[in-house]
Design a protein around this ligand. Structure first.
Ligand SMILES: [Zn+2]
Length: 172
């Protein structure tokens, strides 16, 4: 690997540097339990910047298609995720807490000399993910094919499965 997988927060923000690349989904341990398949990767672009008030900040763009489990039919749902976040660097947790009650406040992150890029990416992806992902119309493609063969109880068992609430445990 030619580049370190972490940045020095304030230094990176001040330099106006940009770092872009791909990140394997399987390298994001907190995200993995939500994925049906972790073979893919996402694209990211991290840049040093300042917010409207001139505070040092990180700009983070992420583009991904995440294979999630539809919470209605339990089939795979390819969820397109595009985000463009500004994270204003803070020098202490107290500084972050001071903003916590203000809904207008920007996202904050504690600046460190070694900030793992993977953790920044992972945090933003987790925040942007739908809580209960669902297809707009489940099984649209399979319904036509299955119509003649499916037993009258197929729909019922799908309903029972969907309501069992164990979607997350059904992964391979
Ligand atoms: Zn579905």
């Amino acid at each position: 690997m030619s580049q370190q997988p972490y940045i020095d927060g304030f230094e990176f923000a001040e330099s106006g540097e940009t770092r872009a690349g791909r990140w394997a989904l399987r390298e994001l341990p907190r995200l993995r339990p939500s994925l049906v398949d972790d073979a893919g990767e996402l694209h990211y672009e991290l840049r040093g910047t300042r917010d409207a008030l001139g505070r040092r900040a990180l700009g983070l763009k992420i583009s991904a298609v995440l294979p999630l489990c539809c919470q209605r039919c339990l089939d795979t749902l390819m969820f397109p995720l595009e985000l463009d976040a500004i994270l204003v660097l803070a020098t202490s947790e107290a500084e972050i807490d001071a903003d916590a009650d203000d809904p207008e406040a920007p996202d904050r992150v504690l600046a460190k000399r070694e900030m793992p890029i993977g953790e920044l990416i992972e945090e933003e992806v987790l925040l942007a993910m739908p809580f209960a992902p669902r297809h707009e119309r489940c099984g649209e493609r399979t319904r036509e094919i299955g119509e003649h063969r499916a037993s009258p109880f197929a729909g019922l068992s799908a309903l029972l499965e969907a309501s069992s609430g164990e979607a997350r445990n059904r992964r391979r």
